[in-house]
Design a protein around this ligand. Structure first.
Ligand code: CMP
Length: 139
């Protein structure tokens, strides 16, 4: 079933000029980039986006890292896009990520893991709505 997911190319990747390389992996996996914008997140935006992790010990560092440099926010569309993108990203910790995944190829550490992708259809809708209006997504 065709669906959409939300993606962030994180500061560790934009800093190293990896936006195009990561987009090539995304498109190579059959996902279409139907919306994309480069943005420097405010502390408030990052705190709200990661609010489910607010009680976790890494929350402060996560917000700091996500606001340190620009990110690229994206909407990806394709067959089972949420699961498909999670497979392409690889495990959260790059040490556990499979060969050929974005995190295995590019991530520096569990915190600086190059990309974020939604973990469910419900969260994809919530996350997309935080950054894009319907008319900005062109499928
Ligand atoms: P992401 O998919 O963006 O969602 C939450 C992020 O927290 C995660 O990717 C990691 O980059 C970051 N993070 C940092 N430390 C941890 C940890 N110990 N466990 C899980 N996520 C972590």
């Amino acid at each position: 079933m065709t669906e959409r997911t939300f993606s962030i190319i994180k500061p560790d990747a934009t800093r190293r000029n990896l936006t195009g390389a990561i987009n090539a992996v995304i498109e190579g996996a059959g996902l279409r980039i139907v919306a994309q914008r480069r943005v420097k997140l405010t502390t408030e935006q990052a705190q709200k986006f990661y609010e489910v992790h607010a009680e976790r010990p890494f929350y402060g560092e996560l917000v700091e890292q996500m606001t340190a440099e620009p990110v690229v926010v994206q909407v990806l569309e394709g067959d089972n896009a949420v699961a498909a993108y999670r497979e392409v990203m690889g495990a959260t910790n790059p040490k556990d990520a499979a060969d050929g995944t974005i995190r295995k190829s590019f991530a520096l550490s569990i915190g600086e893991n190059s990309v974020h992708g939604s973990d469910s259809q419900d969260n994809a809708k919530i996350e997309i709505a935080q950054f894009f209006t319907d008319d900005q997504i062109v499928g």
